[in-house]
Design a binder for this molecule. Structure first.
Ligand code: SAM
Length: 241
């Protein structure tokens, strides 16, 4: 998969050189490049922002450097997906990460200040599948943190990135439920013991315990997810336990 990130703070994306994502890049599973938006400015001061039309506080990102940067990533016949991080976007989720993991090329446009001139988004739709995407209902200073999260969520789904692909199957949000609690050695720690069933060696009982914990946690912590559950799918999965 090819990933391109455009930002005025390319150093902000340095964590993408670390850990599993860094290794996936080294192994050639991910072709990830970070581009400095200022390289696409044409004035001496490498200006990327200007005052907003209509007045108001803050600055707005100028359209032309964005158009030049985005054009530089286009190739014959391709229509990449352009993710525009924005608190006014669709809220990013595991199912969106799964969708994006099937794409050939993703481009991420990190906004700063009050955001990018809206005409860029309209213009980009001629060449890209544009998806304004929010990390959640709060406001960050820039798109970089959102891109770090989205790239990690997408990249770990690509074949070969996670050593044991089985670990992806039982995770939170995979089937609409939160994951069950996990424990490791020692079995007694500071007066606290692990649930006894986990020492029983009875796989059916352990599976039932974990499933019940998933349901309990989801109801307790995320009642909003319960309404979205696909009951038939859950029942089918439950019958296999
Ligand atoms: N004025 C904008 C608004 O109220 O919608 C917020 C601009 S914010 C200070 C600057 C940039 O941070 C945005 O252009 C976007 O790239 C990024 N950003 C902020 N919050 C975000 C969120 N919840 N999800 C994704 N990106 C976010």
């Amino acid at each position: 998969m090819r990933l391109d990130v455009i930002s005025i703070f390319p150093e902000y994306l340095a964590p993408l050189e670390l850990s599993l994502i860094g290794k996936a890049r080294q192994d050639g599973l991910l072709n990830l490049s970070v581009h400095d938006l200022r390289d696409f400015t044409t004035d001496r001061h490498r200006t990327v922002d200007d005052t907003p039309y209509g007045g108001g506080a803050g600055m707005v990102m100028k359209p032309e450097p964005w158009a030049l940067a985005l054009e530089s990533l286009l190739s014959e016949g391709a229509r990449p997906t352009l993710i525009v991080p924005s608190p006014a976007g669709q809220v990013f989720s595991q199912s969106i990460a799964e969708e994006l993991a099937t794409e050939q090329q993703l481009v991420f446009a990190c906004g700063r200040y009050e955001g990018i001139d809206e005409r860029v988004i309209e213009w980009a739709a001629q060449h890209f599948e544009v998806r304004p995407m929010s990390l959640g209902d709060y406001v960050l200073n820039g798109g970089e943190v959102a891109v770090l999260a989205m790239v990690e969520a997408v990249a770990r789904l690509l074949p070969g990135v996670i050593g044991n692909p089985e670990s992806l199957i039982e995770e939170s949000h995979q089937d609409g439920l939160l994951e069950y609690p996990v424990y490791t050695k020692p079995s007694q720690w500071r007066g606290s013991e692990i649930p006894e069933v986990l020492l029983s060696g009875n796989h059916a009982k352990i599976a039932r315990f974990r499933r019940d914990e998933q349901l309990r946690r989801t109801v307790q912590r995320r009642p909003d997810l319960v309404a979205l559950l696909d009951v038939e799918r859950l029942n089918r999965a439950d019958l296999q336990i």
